[in-house]
Design a protein around this ligand. Structure first.
Ligand code: ADP
Length: 312
């Protein structure tokens, strides 16, 4: 019985002449098979390497294309918002001027017809003013995001009592519709001191409040809560609106992101999906954190924290 022989290229090179000629064809065949296997492996390796190189180059090109598209979008947003801001300011100024003229002209004695015309003009002007206000707030949001991108959002830090700030916000009739019930959970006699840009933090609170109002039915109350949590101040705004699907929680903070399945119930304002992005940037620049707890069908609670002021 012949013992199977495994032939390597070295065997073949050095001992080929002395090999048994009867077993040679089968050995040659094995050697041929072995060579085929090796060549296949090498070719597979080479192909694999080329595929890897191609995929890497493709990923790099796609990344560069994405960065370029992002850069162009930022540039567009920045130019468009700056260009829109100037005529809007002038329109606003003209509306105010016109309003004052109309007001003063009503004091004079006019015919009933003229009085009617003036009243109509005043009403139209008021409506135009409201629309210009909406447009201005959209343009301001766009300007804010371009400032965020360019890292030019300036903050003016000062010592601030969050308690007083919240009281001031909720007492201001412009903060929220008078038809809405607000439940405020703030201990009035306790100062909660933080170092903050007051205007910016107010902007975050107002944005949380305006979203709660915008997305929940008018008869549902909104709750505001302020407390200390360790070394942080904690502010939350809760509503009984539609709630946000879990998968969307991390996306809603992204620029221009809106949840298509959530309808605006109480505002004529079109959102651009910028408010939460701006709010997160503001809070993070204060070394705080933002978050949301929300269950579809039950409501949402948006919160943020800020480090408490530590006197050294
Ligand atoms: P927008 O101006 O569109 O409201 P935001 O950045 O404030 O932009 O919010 C992003 C998206 O998150 C909204 O379009 C909405 O779908 C969802 N959202 C925000 N707040 C709430 C809320 N209180 N209840 C339900 N959905 C909300």
């Amino acid at each position: 019985m012949q013992t199977p022989v495994t032939l390597t290229p070295l065997d073949f090179m050095f001992y080929g002449r002395h090999m048994n000629t009867r077993t040679l064809p089968s050995k040659l065949f094995k050697y041929f098979l072995w060579m085929c296997k090796m060549i296949t492996k090498i070719v597979a390796l080479l192909i694999g390497r080329e595929v890897f190189k191609y995929k890497r180059a493709k990923a790099r090109t796609q990344k560069l294309a994405r960065q370029e598209a992002q850069r162009r979008m930022n540039e567009f947003v920045s130019i468009a918002s700056h260009e829109l801001k100037t005529p809007l300011t002038s329109i606003k100024g003209n509306i105010q001027l016109m309003g004052r003229r109309l007001k003063s002209s009503t004091n004079e004695t006019h015919s009933v017809e003229t009085q009617q015309l003036l009243a109509e003009a005043r009403e139209l002007l008021d409506r135009t003013d409201q629309q210009v206000g909406r447009l201005t707030s959209l343009v301001n949001s766009l300007l804010e995001t371009s400032r965020i991108n360019a890292n030019t959002m300036d903050l003016l830090f000062e010592v601030c009592d969050l308690n007083s700030l919240l009281q001031e916000v909720v007492k201001d009739p412009r903060s929220i519709s008078a038809k809405r019930t607000l439940h405020i959970n703030i201990s009035e006699d306790k100062n909660i001191i933080v170092m903050a840009d007051i205007g910016r933090i107010k902007q975050v609170i107002l944005h949380y409040l305006s979203n709660a109002h915008k997305y929940s039915a008018i008869e549902c109350p909104i709750k505001i809560h302020l407390r200390e949590e360790g070394s942080m101040a904690y502010v939350s705004v809760s509503d009984e609106g539609p709630g946000i699907p879990i998968g969307e929680h991390k996306h809603i903070w992204e620029r221009f992101y809106r949840v298509s399945s959530i309808d605006v119930l109480n505002s004529s304002e079109v959102g651009l999906g910028l408010g939460l992005h701006i709010s997160r940037t503001i809070v993070e620049q204060h070394h705080g954190r933002v978050g949301v707890q929300s269950i579809p069908g039950q409501g949402s609670m948006f919160w943020f924290t800020l480090p408490l002021f530590q006197e050294k």
